[in-house]
Design a protein around this ligand. Structure first.
Ligand SMILES: NC(=O)c1ccc[n+]([C@@H]2O[C@H](COP(=O)([O-])OP(=O)(O)OC[C@H]3O[C@@H](n4cnc5c(N)ncnc54)[C@H](OP(=O)(O)O)[C@@H]3O)[C@@H](O)[C@H]2O)c1
Length: 347
C-alpha cells in the first residue's frame, strides 16, 4: 500500500467544471457525443486530437475548441481534466492507460476493452490513481429501463423467467474499423455488448454462459453475427443475439409467470423517439414512451461523478457502472468468444 502511495500522485481536484479533451475524430463523437457534451452542465470541451490536421480542424471549428494533431500532445496539456476516447476498440487499452498515466479521468467508448484481462488492469489502474474510468454504454441512462425494472419489481408480469435481447445493424462500409481484427473488430464486441449489458441490468446475477455461437466472415476473420445463452443460479435465462449483417433491430422482451413485456428501440432511441413499453399481462396495453436523452444523461452522470470525486467502484445511478459490473461484462464477452461454436458466415 505505502509503495502505491509513493508512486501515484493525487489527481487535481475538479470543482466547478470538467474540462474535456477528445482522442480521435470519430463518427460517434461527431454525431452524438460532442453535440450532447455542448449541452452538458459543468462540461467544457477544450481540445480535440486527430492524427490528421484537417480532421482536427474540422471538429475544432464545429465544436468550438482547439485542434491538436497527435493524441499524445492532447494528453500532455495541463488544461484538460478528462478525456473522451472514441478510438477503435483494439486501441482502448493502450490510450486509456496513457490517459490515466497523464492524470486524466477517462470516458472510454464501449466496449471498455477487447479482453477482460485488459479491463481488469485498466480498472485497477484507475482505482489506484483515484481517477474515474467509465465505459460509455449510454443506453442504460435512458429512463425507459428504470420504468421496465420498476414494472418487473412490482410483479406486473409475475416471476421473472427469461429475457430475450437483440441488437443487429446493417452491414457497414468495407473499410469500417468493425471489419478489422487488429483494431478489435467484430460484432460480439461492437454490438454483442449491448444485449449482454441488458441481461446484467434485468436478470439478477451472477450470470454464466451456457452456450454461444459466432459466425465468422472468412474474408476478414471477424465475427459478423452470433448468439449466446446466459443463465443465473435461479434458472432465469437470457437469450441474446447480435450482428452486423442484419436489418436494423434493437429490442428486448421480458417473460414472466403472468405475462411479458416488450421494449423496442431498447439501445439507441434518439431523444425524440419514444416507442413506449408494450405489456401483455395478460391483456395488451402500451405504456406511452417518455422522451429522454441517454446521450446527455450519460455525460451528465460522468461529469457529476468526476466533480463528486466518485471512483470506479461507485455507481450512483444503479445502472451497472461499477468496476465489478464492467469487469463481469468483459468476462462474459470473453466467455462467449471462448465457448462460441464458430461457423462460417454465408454473407
Ligand atoms: N456508445 C455508442 O453509442 C457508440 C456508437 C458507435 C460507436 N461506438 C464506439 O466508438 C468507437 C469508435 O467508433 P466509430 O464508429 O465512431 O469509429 P470511427 O468513426 O471509425 O472513428 C474511430 C476514430 O479512431 C481514430 N483512429 C486511430 N487509429 C485508427 C485506425 N488505425 N483506423 C481507423 N481509425 C483510427 C480515427 O480518428 P483520427 O483519424 O481523427 O485520429 C477515427 O476517426 C468504437 O469503440 C465503437 O465501439 C460507440
Amino acid at each position: 500500500m505505502s509503495q502505491v502511495r509513493e508512486t501515484v500522485a493525487d489527481p487535481e481536484p475538479v470543482r466547478d467544471r470538467v474540462r474535456f479533451g477528445v482522442l480521435g475524430c470519430a463518427e460517434i463523437a461527431w454525431r452524438r457525443t460532442l453535440p450532447a457534451l455542448a449541452l452538458t452542465p459543468g462540461a467544457e470541451l477544450i481540445a480535440v486530437a486527430s492524427r490528421e490536421p484537417d480532421k482536427a480542424g474540422e471538429f475544432a471549428t464545429a465544436f468550438d475548441c482547439a485542434p491538436v494533431v497527435g493524441y499524445d500532445r492532447l494528453l500532455a496539456r495541463t488544461d484538460i481534466d478528462a478525456v473522451y476516447i472514441p478510438l477503435p476498440t483494439g486501441m482502448h487499452f493502450d490510450w486509456a492507460t496513457r490517459a490515466l498515466a497523464a492524470g486524466k479521468h477517462v470516458l472510454l467508448e464501449k466496449p471498455l476493452c477487447a479482453t477482460a484481462s485488459q479491463a481488469r488492469i485498466l480498472l485497477d489502474d484507475a482505482r489506484r490513481r483515484g481517477l474515474l474510468l467509465r465505459e460509455n454504454l449510454m443506453f442504460r441512462y435512458h429512463d425507459q429501463h428504470r420504468r421496465v425494472r420498476e414494472l418487473i419489481a412490482s410483479g406486473e408480469i409475475g416471476e421473472l423467467r427469461s429475457i430475450t435481447a437483440r441488437f443487429g445493424i446493417p452491414p457497414r462500409a468495407a473499410d469500417d474499423i468493425r471489419y478489422r481484427p487488429e483494431l478489435g473488430g467484430g460484432a460480439l464486441l461492437d454490438v454483442g455488448v449491448y444485449p449482454i449489458a441488458a441481461a446484467q441490468l434485468l436478470v439478477p446475477g451472477p450470470l454464466s454462459v451456457a452456450g454461444a455461437m459466432r459466425a465468422l466472415d472468412p474474408a476478414t476473420g471477424v465475427d459478423v453475427h452470433g448468439a449466446a445463452l446466459l443463465v443465473n443460479g435461479d434458472g432465469v435465462s437470457a437469450q441474446l443475439e447480435f450482428g452486423f449483417d442484419h436489418g436494423y433491430r434493437c429490442a428486448y422482451e421480458i417473460w414472466g409467470s403472468r405475462g411479458h413485456l416488450v421494449l423496442d428501440r431498447a439501445f439507441t432511441p434518439p431523444p425524440d423517439v419514444t416507442p413506449g413499453i408494450e405489456i401483455f399481462a395478460p391483456q395488451r396495453r402500451v405504456l406511452p414512451g417518455r422522451p429522454d436523452d441517454q446521450f446527455r444523461n450519460a455525460l451528465r452522470a460522468f461529469v457529476n461523478a468526476v466533480r463528486a470525486g466518485v471512483g470506479v467502484d461507485v455507481d450512483p445511478g444503479g445502472v451497472g457502472d461499477t468496476a465489478a459490473a464492467v469487469l463481469d461484462r468483459a468476462r462474459l464477452l470473453d466467455r462467449v468468444r471462448a465457448v462460441g461454436a464458430q461457423t462460417a458466415s454465408s454473407t
